[in-house]
Design a protein around this ligand. Structure first.
Ligand code: FAD
Length: 428
């Protein structure tokens, strides 16, 4: 097996870190360089909108510390981790005058054996130029901003979460734009901190874009029960100093504004590189990009799914965790395919939501349990097969549903609708 000499990974989030760990676990002993735009070592994002915002806040408002670090040991991994170093451009084919990816390390020995073929190039950063034989792009995603001169906060990085935590206090008038997953979790945390919270949503219901208005609308009551004002069908025109200008001309005063209307893949630095980009780095089922030796993984990558017959870009933690194993295998000459049943969870208003699968607008919706009760499950069916499951406080439904979806099992809708019958017993 001829392994590449130098692997460069851009983006030190979960997907980037798991890529370098997986390379080492597979016996790769060549040079690895990991570029991270943030000054911090890799950390986990899910706690940022949950424990990081709420834990450690005592009655007088001083904060303790909740550490979301992923605990990477780069010395043990023998990885040249470069915090604060941002990839700014890619030149595939330019391998001549550089060779410093991985530092001045010389031969890494072990299973390293040659250049791994003609693929290669270089990435120019804010500090350096890094040559590579294989490049893994794992630059994640960046929040979408609203127009206007007012200050809008976001919740994407650990620093964002620390800054937000520092301002959350009883009586603060907090406006959150967007009733998606992040908006709901932030509203939960802000209420726990005593803030006066208004969530403004352009769509007809919370989570409408993610799971449809019929199911998302059921969560509206949770906002009211928590004392959060929810305004749906209320697009924001601009963020102004001291509040929000709504599209219908109404003014909503706020001390702090958080924009949580979604993210876009962080691929601006690849413009002009010749790499195919379309809502992220276009990759095949093996996570290979359109230029030789280049791969994409995590939030920034739009991969081809044979299972669903479409290209998908999944902004889920589970994908950032699992897909790097496929990338690492293929960087080392393998032919593995990443084609998951997508999985996502959210903790909001004291509930655990888990969504697995992928449903279309025309899929048949069935309930397991009464949505007015604390726990229930929504199931989507197409052609007699389960396509997706949203469980609220019913983790077994999610686990069993994931297996049914993966196995493309035909299900009996009546047995499926009985919450006392295990979902796995609904196979027709
Ligand atoms: P990222 O985590 O975005 O990491 C990419 C890294 O690359 C970043 O550190 C970035 O600074 C860096 N970078 C960007 N551009 C460059 C560049 N040009 N050069 C070098 N470095 C660069 N998912 C769930 O399934 N459940 C949850 O409950 C959940 N909660 C979440 C809560 C929050 C607040 C957020 C923000 C996300 C949450 N997610 C959740 C989503 C999940 O965290 C992401 O899908 C996951 O972090 C994606 O990992 P990634 O490594 O692909 O991208």
């Amino acid at each position: 097996m001829h392994y590449p000499e130098r692997v460069l990974v851009t983006g030190a989030g979960l997907a980037g870190l798991r890529t370098v760990v997986s390379l080492r676990e597979r016996g790769y002993a060549g040079r690895i360089t990991l570029l991270g735009a943030e000054e911090r070592p890799p950390y986990d994002r899910p706690p940022l909108s949950k424990k990081v915002l709420t834990e450690g806040v005592d009655s007088v408002g001083s904060v303790g510390s909740v550490d979301p670090s992923l605990g990477a040991d780069f010395a043990a991994l023998d990885v040249d981790f470069r915090p604060g170093e941002t990839a700014e451009s890619l030149d595939v084919g330019d391998v001549g005058d550089v060779g410093d990816a991985g530092g001045s390390g010389g031969s890494a020995g072990g299973s390293r054996a040659g250049s791994g073929g003609s693929a290669g190039g270089s990435v120019r950063t804010n500090r350096d130029k890094c040559g590579f034989d294989r490049l893994v792009i794992a630059t994640g995603a960046l929040p979408v901003a609203l127009p206007g001169p007012g200050r809008q906060r976001f919740l994407r990085t650990y620093d964002d979460a620390l800054a937000l935590r520092a301002v959350l206090r009883p009586g603060l008038r907090l406006a959150i734009v967007g009733a998606g997953w992040i908006g709901a979790e932030l509203a939960t945390a802000a209420r726990a901190a005593g803030a006066s919270v208004t969530v403004v949503e352009a769509g007809p219901a919370p989570l409408a874009a993610a799971i449809g208005a019929a199911v998302g609308g059921l969560t509206a009551r949770w906002y009211a029960d928590a004392g959060v004002v929810l305004r749906t069908g209320a697009p924001v025109a601009s963020v102004e100093v001291g509040g929000l200008a709504l599209a219908d001309g109404e003014w909503l005063a706020a001390d702090e504004i958080v924009t949580a209307i979604g993210v876009r893949p962080a691929v601006g630095w690849l413009a002009g590189s010749g790499l195919a980009l379309a809502d992220g780095v276009v990759v095949d089922g093996g996570l290979r990009a359109s230029l030789p030796g280049v791969y994409g993984v995590g939030d920034c990558a739009a991969f081809w799914s044979g299972r669903f017959g479409t290209r998908m870009r999944i902004e889920h933690w589970d994908t950032a965790l699992q897909a790097p194993q496929v990338v690492a295998a293929n960087v080392l000459g393998g032919s593995e395919v990443y084609d998951p049943v997508p999985y996502f969870w959210s903790e909001q208003f004291g509930r655990m939501l888990q969504y697995v699968g992928r449903h279309g607008a025309g899929d048949d919706l069935r309930w397991r349990g009464d949505p007015a009760e604390p726990t229930w499950t929504a199931c989507w069916l197409s052609g007699g097969r389960l396509t997706a499951v949203l469980s609220v406080g019913r983790p077994r439904d999610m686990l069993q549903g994931r297996r049914l979806i993966a196995g493309r099992a035909l299900v009996d809708p009546d047995r499926l609708a009985d919450p006392a019958t295990p979902l796995k017993s609904a196979i027709a």
